[in-house]
Ligand binder design. Structure first.
Ligand code: FES
Length: 171
């Protein structure tokens, strides 16, 4: 996972709004973390993609009555990430520590934005977004694994760029 506080505390586009319909679940990667996005029928939620029970991927689960159900043992989590049902013991109250780590998410400009930390500012303003003069084109995501730039100050100044590797497979 990325440790850069500036990146962690900023908003990042993670998907298009149209990619997540009510009642559906998506897996995404953001800054080295696995994220589960799901739509409870009312709003979009973004959580760490790890079940607090035995670590299964919640993105392999499903939405049921405004809860996200883990695919492994069927624990159900409400919109706050709190476990509200343990199918093996439906009469018992779930343990208080059975909570999923949640992230802030916003829907703006037909895109879903997630912040993994504490946002230091609002999502950048794109005043042209709703201007019909402009055409919107979705592209990417693009991933750069390493960019190393070496500046050498000398009578014959040089700039060398190497190890640039690109892929369109991951965020
Ligand atoms: S791992 Fe999720 S319910 Fe057991």
């Amino acid at each position: 996972m990325v440790q850069d506080q500036i990146l962690l505390n900023d908003w990042h586009v993670i998907a298009r709004s149209q990619d997540l319909q009510p009642g559906t679940v998506l897996h995404k990667r953001l800054l080295g973390s696995n994220i589960v996005l799901w739509h409870n029928g009312d709003k979009v939620l973004a959580w760490q993609d790890v079940c607090p029970h035995r670590g299964a991927r919640l993105s392999l689960g499903y939405v049921n009555k405004e809860t996200l159900v883990c695919p492994y043992h069927g624990l159900a989590f409400n919109s706050q990430g709190k476990c509200v049902l343990v199918p093996a013991n439906p009469e018992q109250s779930p343990p208080a520590q059975a909570c999923v780590k949640t992230y802030q998410v916003q829907e703006r400009y037909d895109l879903l934005w997630v912040c993994l930390g504490t946002p230091k500012q609002d999502i950048a303003l794109f005043s042209e977004w709703y201007d019909p003069v402009y055409q919107k084109i979705f592209c990417g995501p693009y991933y750069c694994s390493t960019v190393k730039i070496v500046f050498q100050v000398s009578p014959k100044a040089r700039c060398t760029t190497n190890k640039i590797k690109g892929s369109t497979k991951n965020w």
